[in-house]
Write a protein that binds this ligand. Structure first.
Ligand SMILES: N[C@@H](CCC(=O)N[C@@H](CS)C(=O)NCC(=O)O)C(=O)O
Length: 199
């Protein structure tokens, strides 16, 4: 049994979706950042964390890859060339997509007002367009980033593409729009989304 700590309206959603993809038992403590449990598990108070027995993992991507490795799904095995390509997608998405969205958020509403540079958003949109083009090229006509099998970076990217929409970043790519539609059509995504946004 796992315990996911973090509101599903945040990056915790990635973990929720993976738990559903893997068919695992879990409960949720839907803490906001710096909530009581979140702060007890992570010195920064950030979410999500995953409680695993007496231990806890912090960072959504570390959690996703741990669950995938442990349960032998959503990933290629460590030490294979496929895993290296998979990890290169994961890192690219963290650096270029999540990083830009997070910088935009910090400069829009997270940082104190006197520590924001709102004009940075236009630069981030320009950078994002280039990153999206690179991903589009790497995806080609495949169903998922790694071909015919859903893996960790697909969960990451699909979550970020939804985040882009809500943050006002245009997605200028028919191919990636079709890709995200395929991913959010998955039953596991729909179950996780129903938990995130109860009717
Ligand atoms: N790389 C971390 C980022 C965690 C993170 O920044 N989470 C946000 C919510 S999505 C948060 O807790 N923000 C509060 C803060 O930065 O103070 C992850 O993927 O888990």
């Amino acid at each position: 049994m796992y315990t996911l700590v973090g509101s599903p309206k945040t990056r915790a959603f990635r973990v929720l979706w993976a738990l559903e993809e893997l068919g695992l038992d879990y409960d949720i403590i839907p803490d906001p950042p710096k909530g009581e449990t979140a702060a007890a598990l992570n010195p920064t108070g950030k979410i999500p964390s995953l409680k695993v027995g007496e231990d806890a993992i912090i960072d959504s991507v570390a959690i996703l890859q741990f669950l995938a490795d442990k349960h032998g799904s959503l990933t290629y095995a460590a030490g294979t060339i496929e895993r290296a390509h998979q990890d290169s997608f994961t890192h690219f998405i963290c650096d270029e997509i999540d990083g830009a969205l997070w910088t935009a958020a910090r400069n829009s509403f997270i940082n104190p007002e006197d520590r924001r540079v709102p004009a940075i958003k236009d630069v981030l949109k320009w950078e994002m367009e280039r990153s999206i083009k690179a991903l589009e090229e790497r995806l080609g006509d495949d169903e998922f980033l790694m071909g015919d099998r859903i893996t960790v970076p697909d969960i990451l990217l699909a979550h970020c593409l939804g985040w882009m929409r809500s943050a006002g970043f245009p997605l200028e790519s028919d191919r990636l729009r079709a890709y995200v539609k395929r991913l959010i059509g998955r039953e596991a995504y729909k179950r996780a989304d129903a938990i995130r946004n109860p009717a």
